[in-house]
Design a protein around this ligand. Sequence first.
Ligand code: CA
Length: 232
Amino acid sequence: MTETFRPSRSTTIDITAEDHLIAAAIHAGNRVDVLQVLGGPPATAAVISGFDSPRGVALHPDGSTLFVIDRRGFYRVDGAAGATAAGAALSVCAEPTALVLTPSGNRAFVGCLEGVVVEVDTAGPAVVGATALRGAAAAAGGPLPYNAAVMALALSNDGDGDDDNETLVVPLFYADPVSIAGPEDADVAGVGVVALLDVNRTILPEVRQRQHPTHVVVDGSVEVGDPVVTMI
Ligand SMILES: [Ca+2]
């Protein structure tokens, strides 16, 4: 089966589209390991050192260029399979926590603990701009929470080869506190808030709030799931 497209989501491990390389952030080791996994037993292709608590990796669709975020910022590593050093960090925000790429790999979005999403031109790399979410107006559900922290991101990919019609999904930690009547031992004092942005970082007029959202699915469209209870 040929994989045609997939969404990008923030993660500490990523694999190239043709399943050739895996990049894994080794947080405590301040390094990123690159493994070769096609054509034989998995083997270490590179150990890239010099990071400061790396928290996210993303592999470019070219199958070779690696992007990393750590406590210092954003890195572009060319030729990941043979790289040894992190190189210089591009400063993006106080504490980067999440990283996604557009389908073409031309742009990256970095989520930050302080409630900001930063857009990066990956060719430079260079910061294009940033959108602050704390308290920002959102037509359908705003303002967004004043304590919003971005610790995860996902970006849709509808497979048409165009970056401009995708949606950036930003679950906001921590939830807005609300008062809901319920059993005394029930943890219902919060509403999850998921902000949606277009690729120009404009906050879309739709913020989906569900009590205890359990999952977010990004597959061309965007869906925020209801609680799922599994009986065993
Ligand atoms: Ca598209």
